[in-house]
Design a protein around this ligand. Structure first.
Ligand code: SF4
Length: 335
């Protein structure tokens, strides 16, 4: 069984990059952490290949955050509500709460990551081990937290039980394929015309079949099953295809997939397959440039009839922002 360790801390130095005998990039840096109450400890971290390049490009000592960038979720977030984009990504306001769906999804994602890490080295994880990893991860993420907003009758314990049922549905329906796992959580970065900052992201799972076709999978948890149109039009998957083509897989056939754990009363697991054309890629590239144009020109519009408003983690900031405009409105009326 594989273990996963998540380290959070400040960088002690800018990552130094050097190249191995085969020309493969390697970077190293130290990470400060608190041991006990006062003592600061240091960990030496080493990254290889693409992760090494990303670390040396975007990590700087004394900083916890990455340099400015766009990602598929940032682009979609701007389109959904550019005001929420401003609050979260430009003003960097803390979220007023964390939704249980977000935290639960992160937890399931980490469990699947560990399942595939074991599979990559030839181990088939047992369902009881999957459950154990989920329990440990969910406890680490959610136990004792008072900033998580639970919806409906959910709470820490009900989601602990539900998560195991959901993973059972996934485990029992997961096809026994013979794909070769190429990478898990494959980080990528690339540049697009008219956008001076990089597009970054990570593909959950990259595999290939016996014919050499690349299969890129995104793990999802969702409250409902997806329609075919939603899968065929999803721009996160389009972005993964663009990234794969620009990061060494330009000559491959590419299939895209959502592995979706559906949080219905009776949990379900659905695999959705799709492809993207060059036209799909061009449309997203155009949209990314338009988003960047809007960001640089300060165009931030409250999409306050969106279904997202109900669960928005910037609701209070949004109300205050819109209320503040009342004075401008009153002045304009009196002119
Ligand atoms: S409450 Fe609605 S309009 Fe306001 S920031 Fe959130 S999503 Fe946007």
């Amino acid at each position: 069984m594989l273990n996963q360790l998540i380290l959070t801390g400040n960088l002690g130095n800018d990552p130094e990059i050097f190249y191995g005998s085969e020309g493969d990039p390697v970077s190293s840096f130290s990470l400060a952490f608190k041991s006990g109450r006062e003592k600061t400890g240091w960990l030496k971290c080493v990254c290889f290949n693409k992760n090494a390049e990303i670390a040396s490009t975007y990590l700087h000592s004394g900083a916890r955050r990455q340099s400015e960038h766009l990602s598929a979720s940032a682009i979609l977030g701007y389109v959904d509500c550019s005001l929420a984009y401003k609050f979260g990504r430009i003003d960097k306001l803390p979220m007023e709460f964390k939704s249980d769906a977000l935290e639960f999804g992160t937890c399931i994602h980490r469990v699947l990551e560990q399942y595939y890490s074991a599979k990559m080295i030839g181990d088939k994880m047992l369902l009881k081990d999957v459950h154990q990893i989920f329990e440990t991860t969910w406890t680490g993420i959610a136990a004792g937290r008072d900033d998580i907003r639970y919806s409906g009758d959910n709470n820490f314990k009900t989601l602990l039980m539900y998560g195991k049922d959901l993973l059972t549905a996934w485990y029992n329906k997961l096809p026994d394929d013979d794909f070769t796992i190429l990478s898990i959580e494959e980080a990528f970065t690339f540049n697009l015309p008219d956008i001076p900052i990089p597009i970054i992201g990570a593909m959950d799972l990259v595999e290939e079949d016996s014919a050499g076709t690349l299969i890129i999978t995104d793990f999802k948890t969702s409250g409902r099953a997806y329609s075919k149109d939603e899968v065929d039009q999803n721009q996160q998957l389009t972005m993964y295809q663009i990234a794969a083509k620009r990061n060494g897989f330009g000559d491959r056939e590419i299939l895209l997939r959502f592995d979706t754990l559906v949080k219905t009363k009776t949990p379900k697991f659905e695999q959705y397959w799709t492809t993207r054309s060059e036209l799909d890629e061009r449309r997203l590239i155009k949209k990314a440039a338009q988003v960047w144009d809007g960001v640089t020109k300060g165009v931030f519009v409250a999409n306050d009839t969106s279904w997202k408003c109900k669960g928005c983690a910037f609701k209070q900031a949004c109300d205050e922002y819109l209320e503040a405009k009342r004075e401008d409105y009153a002045q304009a009326c009196n002119q």
